[in-house]
Write a protein that binds this ligand. Structure first.
Ligand SMILES: *Cc1c(COP(=O)(O)O)cnc(C)c1O
Length: 429
């Protein structure tokens, strides 16, 4: 499979090159040249397939022959080492829980898949290595650190804002050691992000083989399509139309869902649910895409003013707003509404939703007002423990600490404090 740049001013590249580079030389995002529908028989028979078989069938065309089949199967098995339960929350509404991975964030799947692809591409390289540079506001960093731990030929440098991530998140970033390095930035998340962007544009760092591990990278973005197939498998026997609501920040997850639909997965409608960072909901109202600086909210993994994957979504709809609106809605919600929703969901049957999932629930409820005889699914993208400072006071409960979090809380934090881009550059060497 070849990938082209959405800025249309760079050569087409292989899967391998797209994964290694992250972004095209014209700074465009890579996009697959074609998306082939899967055979009808695949969907008819999906309930008899394992998650690994489903994932292999879904991703195979995007990797092509660049990773041998057996190796790709191995990568998928290692990626999907946990469950993706679909849990009933109220009549006709389900939570698709994506947080049962090692760091309890849905980004575990993308991070694990991407790291293993890079590891494979580095298999014969003796001296050279890739450096994954990533800025995190909290959740991404832990998943990337865990996903890339011990991967051959890859060094991971994570920039996080000092004092601005939760204790759990900080421990997940700073305690692993080996090929994972944490830089603690005296500043805000935006400062971390700016430093990373500057490093990618800095020609004097070209020799470092820098790449990103956010959903810009196709190997982190594409495997997220698996979730939608798994949910379909679980809910197919109801014989109802499915509506998915994704709590959205950079819109990578929902964009992967749209690819699944293009491959023939029967998804009736998508809802992109956001917090007050509402560039996409505003676009759907007036057709004008006007990104803004991000605003801090309680669902902070979605505090994105200019969602990086939105351009990929527009590409799939040929920039045709009317077609797009047939498949896709988008609504935004305030922190106050999100807290009310968390309480409401808890009141239904004791289900604990964290703020991102609650935003997803709100968008789903709004969309379901205009549909009948459908099933709605909202994606629960993080375990409530990751946002305990919001969840515990809102619901007036104390959450038990899961074993994989408990384990890391006892480890010793190791980080290097820096303040300026020059210090980062000196560090990179
Ligand atoms: C990253 C993240 C999101 C947003 O996902 P996108 O693919 O960027 O839209 C939502 N919830 C949580 C908990 C996240 O970490």
């Amino acid at each position: 499979m070849k990938y082209y740049s959405l800025n249309h001013n760079a050569p087409n590249v292989s899967f391998e090159e797209a994964v290694i580079k992250g972004l095209a030389s014209d700074k465009g995002l890579y996009f697959p040249e074609s998306i082939k529908p899967l055979p009808k028989g695949f969907f008819e028979n999906i309930e008899n397939l394992s998650n690994e078989e489903i994932a292999f069938a879904a991703i195979e065309q995007f990797v092509g022959d660049e990773i041998p089949k057996e190796k790709l199967k191995e990568i998928i098995t290692e990626t999907l080492c946990f469950d993706f339960p679909v849990v009933p929350v109220e009549k006709g509404i389900y939570s698709l829980e994506l947080f049962h991975g090692p760091t309890m964030a849905f980004k575990d799947v993308g991070a694990r898949f991407m790291s293993r692809c890079l590891g494979y591409f580095n298999r014969d390289k003796k001296d050279s290595k890739n450096t994954v540079l990533v800025a995190t506001s909290g959740d991404t960093g832990g998943a990337v650190a865990s996903g890339f731990l011990g991967v051959k030929g890859v060094e991971v440098i994570i920039l996080y804002p000092s004092g601005k991530v939760s204790d759990i998140q900080e421990k997940q970033l700073t305690t692993l050691g080996q090929n994972i390095i944490a830089l603690e930035i005296d500043g805000m998340f935006d400062d971390c992000q700016d430093m990373v962007k500057k490093a990618f544009l800095d020609e004097s760092l070209n020799h470092k083989g820098l790449t990103s591990a956010n959903s810009i990278n196709i190997a982190r973005w594409l495997p997220q399509m698996f979730y939608f197939f798994f949910a379909y498998k679980a809910l197919k026997h109801h014989n109802k139309k499915l509506i998915f609501s994704c709590p959205s920040g950079n819109f990578g997850n929902i964009c992967a869902g749209i690819i699944a639909k293009k491959m023939g997965l029967p998804i009736h409608h998508f809802v992109a649910s956001t917090n007050v960072n509402d560039a996409v909901p505003r676009f759907l109202v007036n057709g004008l895409y006007e990104p803004k600086a991000s605003i801090a909210t309680i669902s902070n993994a979605m505090d994105v003013g200019n969602p990086s994957n939105f351009i990929r979504i527009q590409e799939m709809y040929n920039n045709d707003l009317e077609q797009f609106k047939k498949d896709f809605s988008s609504y935004s919600f305030t922190d106050a509404e999100t807290t009310v929703a968390m309480k409401h969901i808890y009141g239904l049957n004791g289900y604990v939703a964290e703020p991102h999932g609650a935003v997803g629930y709100l968008g789903l409820k709004k969309e379901l007002e205009s549909h009948e005889n459908t099933i709605g699914i909202f994606l629960e993208t993080a375990h409530p423990i990751k946002f305990l400072d919001v969840v515990e006071p809102a619901l007036n409960i104390t959450l038990p600490i899961p074993a994989q979090i408990e384990a890391v809380m006892h480890e010793k934090k190791v980080s290097t404090k820096i303040k300026t881009y020059d210090e980062l550059k000196a560090f990179l060497g």
